[in-house]
Write a protein that binds this ligand. Structure first.
Ligand SMILES: N[C@@H](CCC(=O)N[C@@H](CS)C(=O)NCC(=O)O)C(=O)O
Length: 215
């Protein structure tokens, strides 16, 4: 059976949300193996590092032993095998739109937000395991990320779907990283009422439950 190697954090939870959106069930369609990333189990377990040399989560291990890493490509792989409901676009233009918004959000928000977190509140956990920028640079990255959250608030406007007129992977990505922020004490920047409404709306999805389990 397919195995999802998972943990706390936005990336495995993004994939878990995606699987729920696809109607895939833990225990029936895949097994989940949990790693304690706080203690660094993901980087110390030699069997896991053999599956994913970066030691990060998630990894999707297929029946033939192939290990897929990086949450976005894992979601695209799942979409190819489980096309319904469609979350990456039905046509080339739709797919380009979904990927455009996901790419923009990944680069403009996810990168500075996560780098800022690792250099700030996350420093004790991350400093021993990867290069982390100075606390000052981290604070700048966090405020750059907040500025980009505001930019996305403007892009969203009165809509609750960023890419198409329906829920897609791009929405899932935005929702996952807002929730990641909430789990580490971050708040939506002032004046992002559209994002607040977006989060509240998607919080009603069954897949949002992954943010409520303590793991
Ligand atoms: N680019 C990767 C990021 C993976 C990642 O950073 N995962 C985090 C959990 S959200 C992790 O493994 N953190 C613990 C560590 O780096 O030791 C993806 O898209 O999956």
């Amino acid at each position: 059976m397919t195995i999802l190697h998972s943990s706390l954090g936005p990336n495995p939870r993004l994939v878990r949300m995606f699987m729920i959106e696809k109607g895939l069930e833990e225990g029936k369609d895949f097994q989940r193996v949990h790693y304690d990333i706080i203690s660094g189990q993901n980087r110390q377990d030699a069997d896991y590092v053999a599956k994913n040399p970066l030691g990060t989560t998630p990894t999707l291990e297929l029946d033939d032993g192939t290990c897929l890493t990086e949450s976005w490509p894992i979601c695209e792989f799942i979409e190819e095998h489980h096309p319904e409901p469609n979350l990456f676009g039905e046509t080339p233009v739709e797919r380009a739109m979904v990927r455009k918004w996901a790419r923009l959000f990944d680069q403009e928000v996810v990168v500075p937000m996560t780098m800022g977190f690792r250099a700030g509140a996350g420093r004790p956990m991350f400093e021993p395991r990867m290069a982390v920028v100075s606390p000052e640079a981290g604070a700048e990255l966090s405020s750059m990320a907040d500025a980009k959250w505001r930019m996305f608030d403007g892009f969203l406007g009165s809509r609750n779907h960023i890419a198409l007129g329906r829920f897609t992977f791009a929405d899932l990505l935005i929702f996952a990283f807002a929730n990641f922020g909430f789990t580490v004490g971050w708040k939506l920047p002032e004046g992002t009422d559209n994002l607040a409404r977006f989060v509240e709306t998607h919080n009603r999805r069954a897949s949002a439950a992954v943010w409520k389990d303590a793991e």
